[in-house]
Design a protein around this ligand. Structure first.
Ligand SMILES: N=CN[C@@H](CCC(=O)O)C(=O)O
Ligand SMILES: [Zn+2]
Length: 425
């Protein structure tokens, strides 16, 4: 029998982000990590019971030390488990051939319009059975965990028919039930117009609205509804219809916006009151202003810009404009086949002008708010889930300074050690 409690002691820095559970952090709030130096955390019953200076916790728990497994975090950093708020976790196959084509000069959209891209992964995902999808996606999930991620969002969108969208969402549900990672599901039937609807995209929009959304909602398979609002995919008007239909069925709106071309996606997000607008490489100043006014979270994906060899979204400008910013891998087989949130943090600093403190906020509490989990995870506060990472660096700035390295040493999920010395337990 394991011990009843876990006592993490004497970290160089415990990044608490205290007081951030109510709403996402903006502007200079994103710099305030509320670090406890020489800090300790007591975990019990899967929850955080106490956090503070080591002497204080020792005084409180002296009589109960025998009950706890003790982890000495001297010289290391303790942070909230990282949250990845935008992934396409469940899919089959890979697209390294397209990567090579892009290196020779083909564009992402040209490949998609020629029947590759999202369509290629849709074919592979339709062909795969539940078991294969489960096995491939579980492997990715394990890797996310090793990189310090303890809560993840997962979108459908490689089925593009009711049957196959449900299959993807059911796999995500099974993973959530069987894996220690918490998975928050998003329905994204409007990820692309499938080939057989090419001549009549409105008919596909109607299918998403009248058949897919009601069924997904009835089965309780998703919390969010997302759409790829992009020139040649779904227009802002179609996106609005789809997102408003989702809301009527209890699915909250998210949107892939202004990724390839400026297309009014940020404005659309503000108009429909989306929880987040994601990508935003080409978002207009007016769109950013509207997002700031409405409190729409910008989920920025610098790995996608990096991999598509495009200029990153202007994270600096968005933060200064008062937009709450979160960061994510966008893990998918086409535009960002990575599971490394630590690398995304590096790119946040190096490509988007964000500070090391801002990227921590963007991958913890702001990322949690982007999937409505701000009350549960994303900060180290009493009562929250005992989801923590221990990072093998003496201060948080070294996470970004020693770039390209996974510094995650230990991952604690629901109060249990699930990664130790960088390996799955
Ligand atoms: N851009 C739209 N959807 C994904 C990519 C999907 C794919 O290429 O398979 C994204 O967020 O980058
Ligand atoms: Zn995406």
């Amino acid at each position: 029998m394991g011990k009843q409690a876990l006592f993490i002691r004497h970290a160089n820095e415990v990044i608490t982000l205290k007081g951030s559970s109510e709403k996402p952090m903006t502007k200079e709030q994103m710099e305030e990590l509320h670090i406890v130096k020489g800090g300790s955390v007591w975990l019990e019953d899967g929850k955080i019971h106490a956090v503070g200076p080591d002497e204080e916790l020792l005084a409180t728990y002296q009589a109960r030390l025998e009950e706890a497994e003790v982890i000495d975090a001297t010289g290391q950093v303790v942070a909230p488990g990282f949250v990845d708020p935008h992934t396409h976790l469940v899919f089959a196959g890979s697209r390294e051939n397209e990567f090579n084509m892009r290196l020779q000069g083909s564009s992402y959209m040209d490949i998609m319009n020629a029947g590759g891209g999202i369509h290629a992964t849709t074919s592979a995902t339709r062909e795969a059975d539940h078991e294969q999808l489960y096995t491939e996606s579980k492997r990715r999930l394990d890797k996310f965990l090793v990189h310090g991620v303890t809560t993840i969002e997962a979108k459908s969108g490689y089925g593009l028919s009711l049957e196959h969208e449900l299959k993807q969402l059911e796999v995500a549900k099974r993973l959530n039930d069987s894996h220690c990672m918490d998975i928050v599901s998003t329905f994204m039937g409007a990820h692309a117009v499938p080939g057989d609807y090419k001549e009549n995209p409105e008919q596909f929009v109607d299918l998403v609205i009248n058949e897919m959304i009601p069924k997904v909602a009835e089965l309780g398979l998703a919390e969010f509804n997302d759409v790829f609002c992009e020139h040649g995919v779904f227009t802002p008007e179609q996106s609005k219809r789809i997102l408003e239909a989702g809301r009527k069925h209890g699915l909250q709106p998210k949107i892939h916006a202004d990724e390839i071309e400026p297309y009014g996606g940020a404005e659309t997000a503000a108009e429909v009151g989306a929880v987040s607008a994601d990508h935003l490489l080409k978002a207009s100043d007016e769109g950013m202003k509207m997002m700031a006014e409405k409190g729409v979270i910008a989920v920025l994906l610098p790995g996608t810009a990096f991999f598509l060899m495009a200029e990153s979204a202007n994270g600096r400008k968005m933060i200064d404009a008062g937009v709450p910013v979160a960061l994510s891998t966008d893990c998918n087989p086409g535009s960002s086949p990575t599971v490394s949130l630590p690398l995304i943090m590096n790119l946040g600093c190096l490509k988007m002008g964000m500070t090391p403190a801002e990227v921590i906020t963007a991958t913890t509490i702001n990322a949690a708010h982007a999937i409505n989990r701000g009350h549960e995870v994303g900060s180290i506060e009493v009562g929250k889930k005992a989801d923590l990472v221990i990072l093998d660096v003496p201060n948080y700035m070294q996470l970004q300074y020693h770039y390209g390295v996974n510094h995650t040493k230990t991952v604690i999920k629901n109060g249990e050690v699930v990664v130790d010395e960088g390996r799955l337990v």
